[in-house]
Design a protein around this ligand. Structure first.
Ligand code: NZQ
Ligand code: ZN
Length: 389
């Protein structure tokens, strides 16, 4: 059954090799003052910075810059950007990068609109609505995985509090107004980051899929995106410059979390909650952390939603169910997932991403608890973390 919903997404997507040619037209829709937000070195090394700057100059913009946004962007960077937005009367924030740069830009827009109190407490911890005028955001995507280019998500790390917290802002005000997606821009992404992004997308699909009992349209769409992603990922790890593979990975990622696939559906998201606190303690790459946690997590919870894990095993991995119990089929599906993670070359233990034994109880206690078929307790999360330590 499809439950009632209203969906509207304001992001205009320009996709493909020639997508960048739309930037000047997009820029002409906004006032003169632009805040250009980007990461550390990549866009200067691969020439994207020069291309973007040329478009700004051609349209007569005044450009302020906030550079050095780190992976797992920090609240301090959000506040630094908000100060520029206010002081320079910014008309558009142009985020050029991956999820971290785009998430930080949304955070900047929220903090700049905040009329009283501490934005972190109000918007990320208490989930209050943003009441002021929100500066629009546009993006040039250079790394795929998060779908931040077409959603309202903003995941920020408060280093002082050791909390990495996601906020999903309303699409109407925080989803980028436009996003430029050229798959060729992702060719220079290091392999480690490429596979991290691929698994991030796969995790988004699984966390929407592993919940609910209805034969819902969304579940079939999620399966389709998973199958497309597995196929493209296998080609991209052999040849990172395979345009067909990289373009499919890019579009799979955007579709996976622009909220269309979760319409009318309950969801899980506990793996993300654990990873966020893992990231707060270790600063690991988001998708890598998700991959490590996923295997013990799904082994634990599959018993609570066996029917869906049987479907995952047979529909996604082609597990032959003949002569096997539901539990055997479900666990074989999770084993296939584990082999896929190994095939991508992603680390499989927490030690490999800098986790210490002392961090495990802290991560387990501090992560938010939620779930699809089962909400795990702190003790259960700790057990899962020990299993992949
Ligand atoms: O800083 P630079 O030099 O730009 O290098 C970046 C960074 O080191 C590099 N990179 C990006 N594009 C490149 C490139 N290197 C070479 N060539 C290019 N074309 O890649 C590294 C990782 O970038 P980052 O933006 O951190 O990666 P990702 O896109 O995976 O974003 C991760 C962040 O997004 C959050 C995560 O928690 C994490 O903080 N998420 C956001 C979500 C959302 N908005 O809905 C949902 C996700 O579940 C996720 O939580
Ligand atoms: Zn994610």
């Amino acid at each position: 059954m499809i439950y009632d919903f209203t969906y509207e997404n304001p992001t205009r997507i320009h996709f493909g090799r020639s997508a960048m040619q739309h930037l000047t037209t997009e820029l002409n829709n906004y006032g003169r003052n632009i805040l250009l937000v980007y990461g550390r070195n990549s866009i200067k090394n691969n020439g994207i910075y020069d291309t973007v700057l040329a478009a700004m100059q051609a349209t007569g913009k005044n450009v302020s810059e906030l550079a050095g946004i780190k992976s797992n962007p920090t609240y301090a960077q959000v506040l630094a950007g908000a100060k520029i937005v206010r002081e320079q009367h910014i008309d558009l924030i142009l985020a050029v990068g991956g999820g971290s740069v785009i998430d930080c830009s949304k955070g900047i827009a929220a903090a700049a609109a905040c009329t009283h109190g501490d934005p972190w407490t109000r918007y990320w911890m208490q989930g209050e609505e943003v009441e002021g005028t929100v500066v629009p955001i546009g993006t040039v995507l250079t790394m795929t995985g998060t779908a931040s280019e077409m959603n309202g998500g903003s995941v920020i790390t408060n280093e002082e509090q050791t909390i990495k917290q996601g906020r999903v802002f309303p699409l109407a005000t925080f989803a980028p107004r436009f996003s430029i997606l050229n798959p060729e821009y992702t060719y220079t992404v290091p392999r480690y980051q490429m596979v991290s992004g691929i698994f991030d997308t796969f995790s988004h699909l699984m966390e929407q899929y592993f919940s609910g009992s209805d034969d819902c349209t969304s579940d079939y769409l999620l399966e389709g995106d998973m199958l497309a992603l597995i196929s493209a990922a296998r080609k991209a790890i052999v040849n990172p410059e395979d345009y067909e593979a990289r373009s499919n990975i890019m579009w799979c990622a955007t579709m996976a979390l622009n909220k269309i696939l979760s319409l009318s559906k309950t969801q899980d998201w506990m793996v993300h909650q654990i990873e966020h606190q893992l990231g707060a303690y270790t600063d690991c790459a988001h998708g890598v952390g998700l991959a490590i946690i996923s295997i013990p997590y799904y082994r634990h919870i599959c018993h609570f939603g066996l029917h869906r894990f049987v479907r995952f095993a047979t529909h996604i991995w082609g597990v032959n169910p003949d002569g096997k119990s539901d539990e055997q089929i479900a666990l074989e599906g999770i084993e296939c997932l584990s082999r896929f993670i190994a095939e991508l070359g992603i680390p499989q233990t927490l030690r490999e991403v800098g986790t210490t034994e002392e961090m495990l109880p802290l991560i387990a206690a501090s992560c938010n608890k939620c779930g699809g078929y089962h909400v795990p307790s702190t003790d259960e999360v700790l057990q899962m973390l020990k299993e992949c330590f």
